[in-house]
Design a protein around this ligand. Structure first.
Ligand code: GCU
Length: 659
């Protein structure tokens, strides 16, 4: 199915579908997803001769089917026949990929496919693309993209050949994703016009996604009535503005009847928003919601609102508080078809942050948790950093004191890590993050190890049994702990940043310290960390419900990994681990880099499989990235260790080299 031989098939190589394609099969149904399922499974036979049947629960030719939960599918044995039954045709297509996955896993682990009913944990499972049509002078074509250019746009327009988009839609469908926003939340002038004169092209993209059960969304500029409509205001309470949005939205639906809706970054990092008119974010979101509502569309309104021009001298302003301060008072004011999209942490996708308190503060608002699949602050797809362990921790965290976050939100969204790179994700092993995102959005109880097994079993489905097992063993060694390893040699104990402003890809301990961005570590000769307590600091701990407000408030109960996020402590402060803060900083940086030896040895152990079970191009790219990871990790280690020796004057007890 992959349209270009130079493009890596990711987790859907032909070998992954082969066990299904050998079965006489019937796909019932006439919609786009049924057609896609037929194309996947090959020549059809009459129903009475089929041993693989794909249908919806409402199929009259198959009476007595089990009830299927909304958005779900069931894999059912019926005598000699295997039935894949979906709540609708899109769900049935997901069921086909799920069966392929379970059979691939069986080849790796020996476990029989669980023939059972599957229901999504979230109705909305969405990827956001930060793609621009034009190549932006500073950010490139894909903002925070580390995988080449855009799969959607080239040469200043939507691509004529959408073959990669089709392949991408297929990959996403196999993970359970059902929504995609196709342009950057920072909406520049050219991209703003997708909403109006770009609609034919958006419709072409939407058709590729529709065939895979995925709805298309656009990022829109809140100032669109001014930018595109020539109005002199975008005031959300102005009836002419509401009219403009209604008309524009009606046109969108005339072109794309199943259009998903709008994604909006407003009053954030220079994007226009309702504040310019003295209106609230509920006024802003509800304006768009009203235009979308007759068509069944949704507004995803981002809560990433803070002052990016703060005075670093002002110790009372705390960026961590901003989203809560802006949005929590609006709980209950948003229209029903608004989903407030909240970054998982209160700052900005750092390798370690507490969960955003907003996720527990708005029980009367539909929320989505926003994750970052693209590795802006987690190694930029040059470092290995398998993020499933982090995401699972966030999704299962009982933030309201009782329920896992995944059970309280209406959606999980992620910033995509995909570009036009032949491996999709720059680092071939970063594909595991994209796969894991879809799977955890579907089912947050899956373990990271299980998801990695699935990804390996599918991606290397063409390998022999022994080769597959060896590849799996090596990849678990490389990836299982890679998130904590990355944390180990970068910013310590939840303090965050310490990156070069702009690129965010290189160590620079004081890079943000005296800037307006609100991201500080406050290291001096005596100590480090941000005091966010109620008693002596910014009070951010007070925005959490119990028990977290108490747990984070006290250095005695605050988890080590978040200590410097919530507290300013002396270097000699003793952690729960028994080490001091300064010795922890020294040790973790050095230990984490030493662990890279094991990572490289694991990959080297597969050398004899290259060219057979392991494609040479994958090996080549992984080696190149591992070398760069080592170089960069050493830089992180040495800069951070040296910085803190110079700041504190406290020597490293182990005597390891320091500069
Ligand atoms: C980060 C990132 C920006 C992005 C922003 C957002 O700050 O560096 O490039 O625009 O997040 O999420 O809107």
């Amino acid at each position: 199915m992959t349209h270009d031989d130079d493009v890596h098939p990711a987790w859907l190589p032909d070998a992954a579908l082969a066990p299904l394609r050998t079965r006489p099969c019937t796909v019932l149904g006439s919609g786009p997803c049924a057609r896609t399922a037929r194309a996947e499974l090959g020549p059809q036979v009459p129903l009475d001769r089929a041993t693989l049947v794909v249908a919806t629960a409402a199929e009259p030719a198959l009476p007595g089917l089990p009830p299927i939960p909304a958005g779900g599918y069931a894999l059912v044995r019926d005598g000699e026949r295997l039935l894949v039954i979906g709540d609708d045709e899109a769900c049935a297509l997901r069921g086909v990929y799920a069966l392929a996955r379970d059979l691939a896993v069986q080849a790796l682990t020996g476990n029989e496919p669980p023939l059972t009913v599957h229901a999504p944990g979230q109705p909305l499972r969405m990827l956001d693309h930060w793609d621009n049509i034009d190549v932006h002078p500073v950010m490139g074509q894909v903002e925070r993209g580390y995988s080449g250019g855009s799969i959607f746009y080239a040469d200043g327009q939507v691509r004529a050949d959408l073959g990669r988009v089709r392949d991408y839609a297929r990959l996403l469908a196999a993970t359970g994703i059902n929504a995609v926003a196709i342009n950057n939340v920072n909406v520049h002038a050219r991209e703003a016009r997708l909403l109006t004169d770009g609609l034919d092209d958006v419709a072409r993209i939407a058709a590729e996604f529709r065939d895979h059960g995925i709805r298309t969304f656009l990022s829109v500029s809140f100032a669109a009535p001014v930018l595109l409509g020539g109005a002199d205001t975008a005031d959300p309470l102005d009836p002419a503005v509401a009219d403009w949005w209604r008309t524009a939205t009606d046109r969108v639906y005339a072109a794309i009847p199943d259009f998903g809706g709008y994604l909006v970054k407003a009053d954030s990092e220079g994007q226009p928003g309702p504040f310019a008119y003295g209106r609230s974010h509920a006024d802003g979101a509800n304006l768009l919601a009203a235009a979308l509502r007759p068509h069944g569309g949704t507004v995803l309104w981002r809560a990433f609102v803070y002052d990016h021009r703060q005075d670093w001298r002002d110790r009372s302003t705390d960026r961590a508080r901003a989203a809560h301060d802006h949005f929590a008072p609006l709980d209950g004011d948003f229209a029903e078809n608004v989903v407030l999209q909240v970054k998982h942490g209160p700052m900005d996708f750092q390798v370690r942050e507490p969960l955003s308190s907003v996720l527990a503060a708005m029980p009367h608002t539909r929320l989505a948790i926003e994750l970052q699949v693209t590795q802006e602050y987690t190694g930029q797809q040059r470092h290995l950093c398998y993020l499933a362990p982090a995401w699972r921790e966030y999704l299962r965290h009982p933030l309201d004191g009782t329920h896992p976050v995944a059970d309280t939100v209406a959606g999980v969204t992620g910033v995509s890590n995909v570009g036009d790179d032949p491996f999709w994700t720059g680092h071939p092993l970063a594909q595991a993050n994209l796969y894991a995102f879809g799977r955890l959005a579907w089912d947050s109880t899956l373990t990271p190890e299980r998801i990695l097994d699935e990804w390996i079993a599918l991606t290397f489905a063409g390998a022999g049994a022994d080769g597959l097992r060896r590849i799996a063993a090596a990849l678990h060694t490389m990836l299982d702990d890679s998130w904590r390893r990355y944390e180990g040699y970068t910013a310590p104990l939840g303090v965050g940043f310490m990156v070069r402003p702009g690129t965010h890809g290189h160590p620079d301990v004081d890079g943000y310290e005296y800037t307006p961005w609100g991201t500080y570590h406050f290291a001096d000769r005596d100590g480090i960390g941000v005091d966010r307590t109620r008693s002596t600091g910014t009070g951010y701990t007070g925005q959490y419900p119990s028990p977290w407000r108490e747990i984070y408030e006290s250095v005695d109960t605050c988890p080590d990994e978040l200590l410097l996020f919530f507290h300013h402590v002396p270097y000699q402060h003793v952690l729960h681990s028994g080490s001091t803060v300064i010795q922890h900083i020294y040790d973790s940086r050095a230990d984490a880099v030493e662990q890279l030896d094991g990572v490289e040895v694991a990959w080297d152990s597969l050398r004899d499989l290259v060219g057979t079970d392991l494609p040479a191009a994958v090996d080549h790219r992984v080696r190149e990235r591992l070398a760069e990871q080592r170089r960069s990790a050493i830089e992180w280690r040495d800069q951070i260790r040296s910085y803190f020796l110079r700041k504190s004057g406290v020597p490293d007890r182990t005597g390891r080299p320091i500069y």
